[in-house]
Design a protein around this ligand. Structure first.
Ligand code: PBG
Length: 324
């Protein structure tokens, strides 16, 4: 009887690595970090073991660790107490993310600082834009977001990553950056961002949970697939240089759709809830954390992601070295 012998190509570790189709590299990672006001603070986020809110005076030590592991890009989220209706803390020149960016770029000029451009960490209501009549006002929010992006670029951010899901945010931010002379600063658009329950731990870490309602009028319905293509298409038309899909793990099909339809770099955001679930299972001894995380991150590459934003970046960098 004739049949195919697929096992021939799996016969040894060397054979398997010869035919391996997808590879995870430390160059693929962006590491998200939480910067908090105050001094000498390093708070572990309870639902995210191994992830800390770090004050500015301890930040360089944290970034040095990341840098020495070979991770080339980081993203900052700010944690502040003085919030207001319009999220002033997001766009002031001495804002927490702006200050962190200046500090880090001075000490580590070749670390890429990615700025998350959103208002939810800075508004007292916790929404990603300004509120009128109990809903987020799209066009009013755009003005503040454009200001935020320019202030982040002024502070030295290398990439602007708007995560607010207002319509037109790429167009407005691109125009504002260009007018301010930042024609060479790329936009990494959170183009395809779902209204997901996987963001829970992040909202604890960044103190950014909406104080009323939810984000369903601006973030996408997790049931939708074609809508992802419309979102990605309009952002690319408006000038996005990268397209992000978020969350990643339950949305690998969407990563593949975006990869198949567009030719810009695709970023997968391996979000806080995905991190928390694995950490919890690992703490219980229910899974092999290293193997599972590497498998999961590789699956994002296989789905079509070029870049992965992940809280596992440091762990994965260590594990990838061990395996080499
Ligand atoms: C800001 C923002 C969020 C995340 C990244 N940027 C939260 C949200 O939309 O509520 C979530 C990241 C994560 O869960 O790791 N809008």
């Amino acid at each position: 009887m004739k049949f195919k012998r697929h096992r021939r190509l799996r016969s040894s570790a060397s054979m398997r690595s010869l035919v391996r189709e997808n590879h995870l590299r430390v160059d693929d990672f962006i590491y998200p970090m939480f910067v908090i006001e105050g001094e000498n603070i390093k708070n572990e986020v309870p639902s995210m073991p191994g992830v800390f809110q770090v004050s500015m005076d301890l930040l360089l030590d944290e970034v040095r660790e990341v840098y020495e592991l070979g991770i080339k890009a980081i993203m900052f989220f700010g944690v502040i107490t003085a919030k207001d209706e319009i999220g002033t803390g997001a766009f002031v020149d001495d804002g927490i993310v702006q200050s962190a960016t200046r500090l880090v770029k001075q000490e580590f000029p070749d670390v890429l600082v990615v700025a998350d451009t959103c208002l939810c960490e800075y508004t007292d209501h916790g929404h990603c834009g300004v509120i009128h009549d109990h809903d987020v006002d799209n066009d009013e929010s755009l003005k503040i977001l454009a200001k935020t992006a320019v202030s982040q670029a002024n502070a030295g951010a290398d990439i602007i990553a708007p995560s607010n899901m207002m319509d037109g945010f790429v167009a407005v931010i691109r125009k504002a950056l260009d007018e301010a002379g930042f024609t060479n600063i790329p936009i990494m658009s959170y183009a395809v961002k779902y209204a997901s329950s996987f963001y829970g731990p992040f909202r604890d870490a960044a103190d950014s949970a909406p104080q009323f309602g939810d984000r369903k009028t601006y973030q996408m319905d997790p049931a939708n697939r074609l809508e992802a293509l419309r979102e990605a298409e309009s952002d690319i038309e408006e000038g996005a240089d990268f397209i992000m899909v978020k969350p990643a793990l339950s949305f690998l099909d969407i990563i593949r759709d975006v990869r198949n339809n567009f030719d810009v770099p695709v970023v997968a955001y391996n979000v806080s809830g995905e991190y928390a679930m694995i950490k919890a299972a690992a703490r219980n001894g229910w899974i092999n954390e290293k193997q599972l995380v590497l498998e999961m991150l590789t699956s994002m590459k296989r789905a079509g992601a070029d870049i992965i934003l992940t809280y596992f970046a440091k762990d994965a960098a260590v594990w990838l070295k061990e395996d080499n």
